[in-house]
Design a protein around this ligand. Structure first.
Ligand code: NI
Length: 244
């Protein structure tokens, strides 16, 4: 069940027996020479929509722009300030709280969002607590690529060549979801991991084409299909323990 595809009476009906919602969140940022900018938003959005179809849980619209300051030296990257993302997520959730939702599950596609998302969750807990009639609300979150079953597959398919950014696994999922977005893979090896980055310029200096140790050319749509189906199952399993 996807919020943007239903009517208000359908939402009202849903709320008569359930109070949980899944909110996909991602980023628009460079993904190396063969990965599209929307990778981190598209993947959790599509996983969430499939989860919604299979489990009946309500899926909210994707928060497609996140925290990507360290990718800003690559053209096309968009970034929110952490304070903006906290405000956006808080308003999104508070709207749903007003209607009666109480449990919120973030399905995240971008590591750079994690710290700010945790801060937003603390902020929302505190806001609710300080209200005279504040009702209890609960949050859970997962990065789709960290689901146990998905992490195992990533290792099995790519080993060390998975790398840390613009990885073959996420590019494979996009190839599966959108054949029209398959790009020619880079012919040169990626820069290997050289430790923490200190801002966007340092990122580009260390990781010249945007990849961090990731052999994106290994990605295939078939691997993407297996990763996607596994992520959907893993997510339903995790959500089932929280939202039902
Ligand atoms: Ni990514």
């Amino acid at each position: 069940m996807y919020l943007q595809d239903v009517t208000w009476p359908e939402v009202e009906g849903y709320l008569s027996s359930r109070d949980g919602v899944v909110i996909p969140i991602g980023s628009v940022e460079q993904h190396g020479p063969s990965g599209v900018m929307g990778t981190d938003a598209m993947v959790p959005e599509k996983i969430a929509m499939e989860v919604g179809k299979e489990s009946g849980v309500l899926i909210g619209p994707v928060v497609s722009i996140g925290i990507a300051e360290h990718h800003m030296s690559f053209p096309g990257t968009l970034s929110l300030r952490p304070s903006t993302l906290i405000a956006l997520v808080t308003d999104y959730v508070n709207s749903l709280v007003y209607h009666g939702f109480r449990r919120f599950f973030f399905l995240n596609g971008h590591g750079g969002n994690v710290a700010t998302l945790r801060a937003a969750i603390s902020e929302m807990h505190m806001q609710q607590r300080l209200k005279p009639s504040g009702c209890p609300i609960q949050f859970d979150m997962v990065n789709w690529y960290d689901l146990d079953e998905v992490a195992k597959l990533r290792k099995q398919f790519y080993g060390e060549r998975e790398g840390r950014h613009a990885t073959p696994s996420e590019i494979a999922v996009v190839q599966y979801l959108r054949a029209d977005l398959i790009k020619d893979g880079p012919l040169i090896p990626p820069a290997s991991y050289q430790g923490e980055v200190h801002g966007a310029d340092d990122f580009k200096q260390k990781y010249f084409d945007g990849r961090i140790g990731s052999h994106a050319e290994m990605a295939t749509p078939e691997q993407g299909r297996i990763l996607f189906d596994t992520a959907v199952k893993g997510c339903i399993n995790k959500i089932g323990k929280f939202l039902v």
